[in-house]
Design a protein around this ligand. Structure first.
Ligand code: HPA
Length: 246
């Protein structure tokens, strides 16, 4: 079975309610095992693979996610398009928790994973534009408040950022998270189209007057992730037609 589309679920999204007849595939890669077995099933007419980025039960912290194994395993299945969902903090006061953001670009100055340790290869990383547009319009059509373009800044984690770090980032980016840029970079290296749907789960440290607590982020993730889970079905349908690749 060839699977063209995959979803990597971020914090709070550990399975897909619309994935029918799903079977787990344990895939070994030259980079080790992916974060979780890959669930392969069907959404409508489309074969879809699902991978929980932080493992089932959220056991893998962001700086220990084996992004190389995750992307490699999906490509092994034949995947050409990956949608990653990610929890983020907002760097802008008008981008409020509860909203969604669909990045068109990212910055990641410190975390640069690669498949090319032994070869001189320099890719130009990008997020897939037709996928971004399809994600943004589908989310809007389903009633979400969406920032259709956003710059994602990646920090390494696991700690949250200092206020000074956020002051530095806020002029150059809209949201901050710990994983998406690494995934997008590796996808570019293996020729897989990648786009991201971010749930804004908090204001980044110092953006709001109220102190930032990880417990608040986790409780927001629970409700935003289930809303994103409901969007995946329509999103798969839109991606398989509008972005025209599967
Ligand atoms: N910073 C980094 N990663 C995050 C945040 C944040 O404020 N919120 C959710 N993921």
């Amino acid at each position: 079975m060839v699977v063209r589309l995959a979803v990597i679920g971020g914090s709070g999204l550990y399975d897909l309610r619309d994935l029918k007849g799903a079977k787990s595939r344990a895939i070994e890669t030259p980079f080790g095992a992916p974060s979780s077995p890959v669930r392969v099933g069907r959404i409508g007419e489309v074969e879809v693979a699902f991978l929980a980025r932080h493992g089932v039960g959220h056991v893998i912290p962001p700086h220990r996610v084996n992004h190389r194994a995750n992307l490699w395993a999906l490509r092994e299945l034949g995947v050409r398009q990956v949608v990653g969902t990610s929890s983020v903090g907002s760097l802008k006061r008008d981008l409020r928790p509860g909203m969604l953001a669909v990045p068109h670009d990212f910055l990641s100055l410190w975390d640069l994973p690669t498949f090319h340790d032994d070869k001189v290869v320099h890719v130009t990383p990008t997020l897939d534009e037709p996928m971004r547009a399809a994600i943004a319009s589908t989310a809007k059509a389903h009633g979400a408040r969406v920032r259709s373009r956003a710059v994602y800044a990646q920090t390494r984690g696991p700690r949250l950022e200092t206020k000074a770090e956020i002051r530095l980032l806020r002029d150059y980016a809209d949201v901050v998270g710990m994983t998406m840029a690494s995934e997008a970079t590796l996808a570019a290296e293996i020729g897989v189209a990648y786009a991201s749907l971010c749930t804004v789960d908090n204001f980044a440290h110092g953006i709001a007057d109220r102190p930032l607590a990880y417990a608040d982020i986790v409780s927001a993730q629970k409700s935003t992730a289930s809303r994103v889970g409901r969007l995946i079905g329509p999103l798969v349908a839109a991606l398989s037609t509008k972005s025209g690749r599967i």
